[in-house]
Design a protein. Structure first.
Lengths: 181, 197
């Protein structure tokens, strides 16, 4: 990798992190629940250090859905950060709570099983995440290295609250560089 | 002690506090008792219909955003499915959260199969070691009334394990649509927080 690529990559990382945080604030999303992931750590670290946000790390992604849903029904907009493996832990919560009760939560999901994946155990859930979202009728968008990042993030959060169901914003390795083995 | 009497006492003593109920008979009884006490429509009732194990997680999310006492009426089967949330509650330590675990030591609605609390798991001790400030266990309704009255005054998080018996009868399903519950509950909390809808 060339030095300028590394610099550009570093700049882009900061940019996408800033775009996500700005978009959350635009929509008064001040409550975050997450289970850690090495790539979305770049965002959750910033969120943890920003006094605007109330942050609750959970033990399991399904628990995040419960906690974030509690926040929404108490009047505070919320979002969730997790990895695609953890999305597999959320499906019954989404289909039996958020969909019937119309609780909208933007979910930021880091996609494993994409280019550069080195762990066979991550492949199936990573590659199944978007098809499963389609089957349970939850809209989703994938962020990669395109130039309309802000429109994609903020516009889809607008859609999420308009439709009053959760929406997934999937993060691809082309966005954040993926996990460095 | 009957879960019915536990829920009735909670509604009679907790004023307008948010009450979140576990799926199935707990949510159904909550609605029927609210009706019986002529408290309908109690906007601060949050009935759950699915989302197995998440009753107290939802209550945690609510408790963090309000200063009011928040009561989660959970069950042993539900808590055992999501014991991790007890450690999250211990970590966040909201002083206004009260969990009432109606512990019948079984999955009653699915055919009375025994849960682990019928064997060696003690939910009050699990909660204690997860960092709950107060943990109680009771086996009769008078004991429960005293403990709950006290729990409304002290700083939590508080776990009350109420050992309950089943009657073999289940009430009709709560006739409130889930999305109506969300709308009504959220609206009530927004008004209370003087925010705009």
């Amino acid at each position: 990798m060339l030095i300028q690529d590394i610099i550009l990559w570093g700049y882009k990382m900061q940019e996408w992190v800033k775009i996500i945080i700005d978009s959350l604030k635009e929509h008064n999303i001040s409550f975050i629940s997450y289970v850690p992931d090495i790539s979305i750590d770049k965002v959750t670290k910033e969120i943890e250090s920003d006094p605007y946000f109330t942050v609750v790390p959970a033990t399991r992604e399904e628990e995040c859905i419960g906690i974030a849903s509690g926040s929404y029904v108490s009047g505070v907009n919320s979002a969730i950060f997790m990895q695609s493996s953890g999305f597999g832990n959320c499906i019954n919560a989404l289909t039996s709570l958020n969909l019937p009760a119309r609780i909208p939560i933007p979910m930021f999901i880091n996609l494993r099983g994409e280019i550069g994946e080195f762990n066979i155990a991550q492949v199936t859930m990573g590659r199944s995440t978007r098809p499963i979202l389609d089957v349970i009728n939850i809209p989703h968008v994938t962020l990669d290295n395109d130039i309309n990042l802000h429109k994609k993030v903020s516009g889809n959060i607008t859609l999420c609250y308009a439709s009053k169901i959760p929406l997934a914003i999937c993060l691809s390795p082309l966005l954040h560089g993926g996990k460095i083995a | 002690m009957l879960r019915y009497d536990v829920i009735k006492n909670i509604l009679q003593t907790s004023n307008n506090s948010p009450v979140i109920s576990n799926l199935g008979p707990t949510s159904d009884e909550l609605w029927h008792i609210t009706k019986e006490l002529e408290l309908l429509p109690r906007e601060r009732n949050f009935y759950t219909y699915g989302s197995m194990g998440l009753c107290s997680s939802i209550a945690l999310g609510i408790a963090i955003n309000t200063n009011e006492k928040v009561v989660s009426i959970d069950g042993d089967g539900s808590l055992l499915m999501n014991l991790g949330t007890l450690s999250t509650i211990g970590r966040v330590s909201p002083d206004n959260l009260i969990i009432v675990a109606c512990d019948n030591e079984m999955w009653a609605q699915t055919g009375y199969q025994p849960t682990a609390t019928a064997f060696n798991t003690e939910l009050e001790n699990v909660s204690k070691f997860c960092g709950f400030k107060n943990t109680f266990k009771c086996t009769n309704i008078d004991e429960f009334k005293n403990i709950f009255e006290n729990a409304l005054k002290i700083k939590g998080p508080t776990m009350i394990v109420a050992k309950t018996k089943e009657t073999g009868e289940f009430p009709e399903v709560t006739p409130v649509e889930p999305e109506f519950t969300t709308y009504r509950f959220r609206n009530s909390m927004l008004n209370n927080n003087e925010a705009k809808l």
